[in-house]
Design a protein around this ligand. Structure first.
Ligand code: FBP
Ligand code: MN
Length: 651
C-alpha cells in the first residue's frame, strides 16, 4: 500500500514538479470551487424534430434572453432585445436579412458588436478565464479575450475598445466576428446538456440532431426506447430493423434511411409495389398527414404494409427463440383465421380490417418468404455497414447509458418497473432476477454486449435485448403492458389498442415510493434531489402537471413531436438547472427556423421556478466540485511531501 502511495505521489510530482507548481494549482482549483455552478439544460423526446431542437439549443430554453435582460434591462426596447436575441441564435441568416434593408451597415455592425460583447462578458463572468479561453473560436480567440476581460491597466478603455472594433469593421471581418461571438454566447449560457431519451422516430431529422450532438461541447444521453431500437437496428437485429423502417414509413420519413443514412430501400420498395399492387393498404395510411395521393405516397403506403408484415413475422421468430422473454402472447399471426379474416385474442374473436396477406403461409405464418428473407438480409448488411449510422450509435454508446446520476438528480427516460404496491418489480433477464438499479445495469451491459461481445451467443443475446428494451412490459424504457402495434393497425375495437402503463406512473405522487427509488440509485431523498424522466406526454390541456411529488419528480417529455402536440396542448417542457435553482420551461409550438428569423419569433415559453436555492449554488456543490476537492486534497498531500522531504522537487 505504502508503495502504491509513493508511486502515486511520484506520478503527481511529474505533473506538479515544484512547490510553486503544486501551490498554483491548489489556488486555481480553490478559485473554481467558488464560482457559480454551470447551467445544465435538460431535453427529452426530441423525436427527430431537428429545427425545434436546434432552436432550443440556440436559445438555451430562455437562457440567452435572460442574459440579454440582465445586461440591458429597461435600457433597451423589447423590439431591440428580440432583434438581438435573433441575431445571437441565427447570426448569419439574420445579417443576410438586415443587409437587405439597412443603409448604414458599418453603423449597424458597431452597435451590435458592442451589444454582443456586453452579453458575452456577462455570460463568461461565471467561468474561469481558462475555461472561457478553451471555448473561444480559434479565429478570434485573442481579440475576443481582449474585449471581454476587464483591463484595469488601460487608462482610456473606450478608445482602446473602439480601435479594436473599428479595425474589425474596416478590414471586412465584422460578420465573421459577429457570428463567432454569437456562437460563443450560445456556448457559454449552457454548460452541459442532458438528453433524456428519444432522439429518434416520428420527426424528419434524427440524423441531423445526432450530427449536432456530436459537435456539442458537453452532453450526456439517457437512451430512450426509440434510440435503443435504432441501436438494435444498427447492430443488425431483425426485429429492430423492421421496426425502424416501419416507423419511418408510418410518418412519411423514409428519407431518413435513404438519404440521411444512405441505406438502399429499393429492393423493399419494388417488392412492396409488386406484392401489394392492387391493395389500397388503407390500414397503413401515414400518420398525421393528409398528403396528396402522389405516386411516392402510394409507394410509401405499400412499403409500410410490407415491412409491418415482415416485422410481425420476425418478432414471432424472436419470441420463439428467446423463450425467457415470455412474450408468447405477443406472437399473433398464428391466432388469425385466414379463411374468416378474424383473430382470436384472449378468447374473443375480432374481425380484421385488412385480410390481404399474400406473403403469409397460414401453416407457417412466421416464416419469411424467400424474397422477404433476401430483402432483410440485404438490410442487415446495409444497416451494419452504414458508417454514418455506426458513428451515431458509437456516440450514443460513448456518451449515453440507460440512466445517470448527476448533481443529485436521477435521470432516465421511462420508469423504474414497480409492482402494484410500489415495490421494485423483480424481472428475469436471461435466467437471473434483477430489480431497480441492478435491472438497469444488467440491461445496459447487454446492450453493450450486443455491439462488443466476442462470444457469438452473448452478442446475439445483447442484440435481442435491444429489441426487448424497445417493447417489453418489464423494460424500464417502455413501461407498458404491451406494445399494441398489431391491434392498432388491424382492429377497430379501441379497447384492444390500450397499452396499460406500469404502476410507476400512477405512484409518482407517493413520496415513499419516490424516496425508495432515489435511495435505490444511491441518492439521499432528504437532500435537494430530483428524478427527471420523459417518455409519457404530459397533457397540459387536461390540467396535468409535469411536476410530481412536490417537485421531487419531473416528467418533462419535451413534446417536440408535432404528431403529439394535439394531445399535449403545448410543444413540451425543458428544464434548466442554474446556480439559482431549477426552472421548468413550457414551450409553445415552434413554427419554423425561417419564421424564427424573419419574424424574430422566439418559441414563446413560460418559466416556472421549481426550486430556488437560498444561496447561489457553486461549483463546489456539484459532482465536478467534489472531484476538484479530491484533487486539492491530493495536491496538499504532495505539497506536504515536498515540505517534509519525502518527495524532492524536480527542477
Ligand atoms: O404514435 P404511434 O406512431 O402510433 O406510436 C405509438 C407507439 O409508440 C409508443 O407510444 C412508444 O413510443 P414513445 O416512447 O414515444 O411513447 C408505443 O407505446 C405505441 O404503441
Ligand atoms: Mn419513449
Amino acid at each position: 500500500m505504502k508503495n502504491m502511495e509513493n508511486r502515486y505521489l511520484d506520478r503527481l510530482s511529474d505533473l506538479y514538479p515544484t512547490i510553486a507548481a503544486a501551490s498554483t494549482e491548489i489556488i486555481n482549483l480553490q478559485a473554481i470551487l467558488n464560482l457559480p455552478k454551470g447551467t445544465e439544460h435538460f431535453l427529452t423526446d426530441v423525436h427527430g424534430e431537428d429545427e425545434a431542437f436546434s432552436h432550443v439549443l440556440r436559445n438555451g430554453s430562455g437562457a440567452v434572453r435572460s442574459k440579454i435582460e440582465d445586461v440591458f434591462g429597461n435600457t433597451m426596447s423589447v423590439k431591440d432585445k428580440k432583434a438581438l436575441a435573433t441575431l445571437i441564435y441565427y447570426p448569419k441568416a439574420k445579417m443576410e436579412q438586415v443587409k437587405r434593408t439597412e443603409s448604414n451597415m458599418d453603423d449597424w455592425y458597431r452597435v451590435n458588436l458592442y451589444r454582443l460583447i456586453e452579453v458575452s462578458k456577462r455570460a463568461a463572468s461565471k467561468y474561469t478565464r481558462s475555461k472561457v479561453r478553451k471555448s473561444l473560436p480559434k479565429d478570434f480567440s485573442y481579440v475576443i479575450e481582449e474585449l471581454i476581460t476587464e483591463k484595469a491597466e488601460v487608462s482610456d478603455k473606450e478608445s482602446y475598445y473602439n480601435e479594436i472594433i473599428s479595425t474589425i469593421i474596416r478590414i471586412g471581418r465584422a460578420e465573421e466576428f459577429i457570428a463567432a461571438i454569437s456562437e460563443l454566447i450560445q456556448r457559454l449560457v449552457v454548460d452541459h446538456l442532458h438528453i433524456v431519451g428519444d432522439i429518434y422516430d416520428r420527426g424528419p431529422g434524427p440524423h441531423l440532431i445526432m450530427d449536432k450532438l456530436l459537435k456539442y461541447h458537453s452532453v450526456d444521453i439517457q437512451w430512450g426506447n426509440h434510440d435503443v431500437v435504432w441501436m438494435g437496428a444498427a447492430a443488425g437485429q431483425l426485429g429492430c430493423i423492421a421496426n425502424v423502417i416501419r416507423i419511418c414509413a408510418r410518418y412519411g420519413n423514409l428519407d431518413i434511411i435513404e438519404d440521411g443514412y444512405g441505406i438502399n430501400l429499393l429492393p423493399l420498395a419494388t417488392f412492396a409495389m409488386r406484392m401489394y399492387k392492387d391493395d389500397p393498404c388503407t390500414c397503413f395510411k401515414l400518420k398525421g398527414t393528409d398528403r396528396p395521393e402522389s405516386d411516392e405516397m402510394q409507394m410509401n403506403l405499400r412499403i409500410h404494409k410490407a415491412i409491418s408484415i415482415i416485422q410481425f413475422k420476425v418478432e414471432g421468430q424472436i419470441i420463439e427463440r428467446q423463450k425467457g422473454f415470455h412474450l408468447e402472447n405477443r406472437a399473433l399471426l398464428h391466432k388469425i383465421d385466414y379463411q374468416k379474416g378474424t383473430i382470436n385474442l384472449e378468447g374473443k374473436e375480432y374481425k380484421l380490417l385488412d385480410t390481404n396477406f399474400p406473403t403469409i403461409d397460414p401453416k407457417n405464418p412466421y416464416k419469411l418468404t424467400s424474397e422477404e428473407d433476401e430483402i432483410m438480409d440485404r438490410l442487415v448488411h446495409a444497416f451494419v455497414g452504414c458508417e454514418k449510422l455506426q458513428e451515431h450509435m458509437r456516440f450514443l454508446l460513448a456518451k449515453g447509458g440507460l440512466y445517470k446520476v448527476y448533481n443529485n438528480n436521477l435521470l432516465y427516460h421511462g420508469c423504474v418497473p414497480l409492482d402494484a404496491k410500489g415495490n421494485l418489480k423483480e424481472v428475469e433477464i436471461f435466467g437471473k432476477k434483477y430489480r431497480g438499479k441492478a435491472l438497469y445495469d444488467v440491461l445496459e451491459s447487454y446492450v453493450r454486449k450486443g455491439f462488443f461481445a466476442l462470444d457469438p451467443k452473448e452478442r446475439e443475446d445483447g442484440k435481442d435485448t435491444m429489441w426487448y428494451i424497445w417493447l417489453h412490459p418489464d423494460s424500464p424504457l417502455f413501461g407498458k403492458n404491451k406494445m399494441a402495434t398489431f391491434e392498432r393497425y388491424f382492429l377497430a375495437e379501441k379497447e384492444t389498442h390500450v397499452e396499460k402503463k406500469n404502476p410507476y406512473y400512477a405512484l409518482l405522487e407517493n413520496e415513499t415510493v419516490v424516496d425508495n427509488i432515489m435511495i435505490e440509485f444511491g441518492l439521499d431523498p432528504k437532500e435537494d434531489t430530483h428524478i427527471v424522466n420523459g417518455h409519457v406526454p404530459v397533457k397540459r390541456k387536461d390540467g396535468e402537471s409535469p411536476i410530481k411529488c412536490n417537485g421531487k419528480v419531473m416528467v418533462i417529455d419535451g413534446g417536440f413531436s408535432r404528431a403529439y402536440q394535439k394531445e399535449t396542448g403545448i410543444a413540451g417542457y425543458t428544464l434548466v438547472y442554474n446556480s439559482y435553482g431549477l426552472l421548468l420551461v413550457a414551450h409553445e409550438p415552434f413554427e419554423s427556423t425561417e419564421a424564427a428569423i424573419k419574424k424574430e419569433n422566439d418559441i414563446h415559453s413560460e418559466t416556472v421556478v421549481v426550486t430556488r436555492v437560498n444561496e447561489r449554488r457553486l461549483v463546489g456543490d456539484t459532482d465536478a466540485g467534489r472531484k476538484l476537492k479530491e484533487q486539492i486534497k491530493d495536491l496538499e498531500w504532495l505539497l506536504a511531501s515536498y515540505r517534509n522531504g519525502q518527495i524532492i522537487e524536480k527542477l
